[in-house]
Design a protein around this ligand. Structure first.
Ligand SMILES: C[S@@+](CC[C@H](N)C(=O)[O-])C[C@H]1O[C@@H](n2cnc3c(N)ncnc32)[C@H](O)[C@@H]1O
Length: 525
């Protein structure tokens, strides 16, 4: 895996005197004898194996790690250490590779990948953790001797000793491009993101570099574990009694400060689940838009694996029990109908004025959840209780036009808003996927609007803030079709501040502590 920064890297050092030493931890051969046998460190071996699986098999770190920990019988502190080392290294390797290049006579791409991954783990420990430097170097050298070879361990030792001479803050100005002449390149190296993602995020926050930096920094933080109590099946009180803490925005959310979410009874029984707060709120917003006439048929067009469908299904059946009585109830909503007329997303806003505010859905609707992939449709079926679940292509619907009162379209996207959750994702995403995704998003959005009856509502959601997937897609629709209008989405989330200029609502990791998520609410005329 390459850091993707595409920059020539300085060739700073050589194996030098440190390469010939006995190792930073003094663990090399003593007085001409054989070196002591390296100690097998299970947490670091698990972190290393995860990184190798990500590189060799394109494994998803967040899916493989729990299985790896179970297989190795790692729990408690060891499990925490293995996870932090692997995830932290995967997130940071754009910065670490530049530092390794500066401390080595070989560019990272010329280093054998198994050795490079081990050295990256060592660099992470030296620069981003409280592991003492001698332990960071010593344990990495042991790991390399055990897993790669004795010759390679000399290289690791030499590089890590050089890395250990400076802090991360001291390395950044040395290895990152000048912030004045190349601010995007600087942020890319300093915050370990590919340059194209920095560009896209800067555009999405409106061009402000300080805000972009805050967003990139938030992407490198471990996200809170947020739970959702599905209405009628669990309650926030039940989650709080199980050790969770009150959440900031969603009336159905609670934060789990530590421990395995699966150990919470309500989660084990699928009455509650792990779900980001923004995901909860975009689903809730769709249910709060008043619609005249019938309101009994809801559609989730891209439902797998079923996070939003799980909440929509519960609200459809039982009603929004906590919603408008939850945090923020009674607070004034942001002014509606005041959308900025500037920028690529500028659209006329409808639905403002008296009587257009959020309403709590009383219950009595039925959800149809559609998903293209059978195995993901099965997950939706396991998550929901009352919903009908079908494996179907949302662009070639099997239902008649105008059959639904509310439609959720949580569209396939680059996922640039959820980089905190998937440590390796930033290095895998490819901007060349954008045109094809754009075509699919447009086709699905047309299909969603066709599926809703006049007066009904569509929510268009992406877990990406990329303009090409958000305001451009919705703006194109509004230009092409005169049977749909945008509502001010912020009006339906009065408990959340800072959702942007409207009419769309944008959640951000650095502002809200959630994934970055885009919501457009559209009414069919
Ligand atoms: C962003 S995910 C949806 C996440 C889901 N709403 C949740 O909250 O768990 C997008 C989903 O759309 C599905 N998908 C992609 N193309 C589709 C199509 N043409 N019709 C229906 N579903 C599709 C993908 O398989 C994927 O499961």
């Amino acid at each position: 895996m390459s850091s993707g920064n595409g920059r020539n890297v300085p060739r700073g050092g050589d194996h030098g005197p440190s390469g010939r030493s006995r190792g930073a931890a003094g663990r090399g051969g003593g007085r001409g004898g054989r070196p002591p046998k390296p100690v097998r460190d299970e947490a670091r071996n698990a972190a290393y194996d995860l990184m190798r699986a990500v590189d060799e098999r394109d494994a998803y770190a967040n899916l493989l790690m729990p299985a790896l920990l179970r297989e190795r019988r790692l729990s408690g502190r060891d499990a925490g250490l293995a996870t932090e080392l692997a995830y932290g290294t995967l997130r940071g390797l754009g910065t670490y590779d530049e530092i390794i290049a500066a401390c080595s006579d070989r560019a990272p791409e010329d280093v054998d990948p198994p050795l490079l991954d081990a050295v990256r783990l060592g660099v992470h420990q030296l620069l981003k953790t409280r592991v003492p430097p001698h332990a960071a170097v010593g344990t990495t050298v042991d790991l390399v001797r055990l897993r790669v070879g004795i010759g390679a361990s000399k290289y690791a030792n030499a590089v890590l000793r050089k890395v250990s001479t400076r802090s991360l803050e001291q390395w950044i100005p040395i290895v990152a491009p000048d912030p004045v002449t190349d601010p995007v390149g600087h942020l890319a190296v300093a915050h370990s993101h590919p340059r194209w993602i920095v560009d896209a995020l800067r555009d999405a926050v409106g061009g402000d570099f300080d805000e972009t930096a805050a967003l990139l920094a938030a992407d490198n933080e471990r996200p809170k574990v947020t739970l959702v109590a599905r209405p009628g099946r669990s309650s926030v009180k039940e989650l709080l009694d199980a050790g969770a803490e009150p959440a900031r925005y969603s009336p159905y959310a609670a934060y789990l400060p530590e421990g395995d979410p699966g150990a919470v009874l309500a989660v084990a029984e699928s009455r509650a689940a792990v779900q980001d707060e923004a995901s909860q709120l975009v689903a809730l917003a769709l249910t709060r838009v008043p619609v005249e006439g019938s309101d009994s048929r809801w559609l989730d067009l891209c439902a797998g694996p079923g996070g939003k469908a799980g909440l929509l299904d519960a609200i459809a059946t039982r009603g929004d029990e906590a919603g408008l009585g939850g945090p923020g109830a009674g607070e004034p909503a942001p002014a509606a109908g005041t959308a900025s007329n500037a920028g690529p997303g500028a659209v006329p806003v409808a639905g403002s004025g008296p009587g257009a505010g959020p309403v709590a859905f009383p219950g009595g609707a039925r959800l149809l959840a559609a998903e293209l992939q059978y195995h993901r449709a099965r997950l939706v079926w396991q998550t929901t209780r009352q919903a009908a679940v079908v494996t179907a292509d949302g662009t070639a619907p099997a239902w008649r036009p105008g059959a639904f009162d509310r439609v959720m379209l949580d569209a396939p996207c680059t996922g640039l808003g959820a980089l905190r959750r998937r440590p390796e994702a930033r290095w895998r995403r490819d901007p060349r996927s954008l045109p094809e995704l754009g075509r699919l998003q447009r086709a699905l959005l047309d299909s969603a609007v066709d599926a809703v009856r006049p007066g009904g509502v569509v929510a268009y959601v992406t877990c990406s803030p990329h303009l090409a997937e958000t305001v451009t897609v919705v703006g194109d629709l509004l230009r092409r079709r005169d049977d749909v209008e945008a509502l001010d989405a912020r009006q339906y989330l009065p408990e959340v501040e800072g959702l942007g200029e409207g009419p769309y609502a944008l959640f951000w990791p650095h502002r809200h502590g959630t994934d970055a998520m885009f919501l457009a609410l559209l009414r069919r005329r």
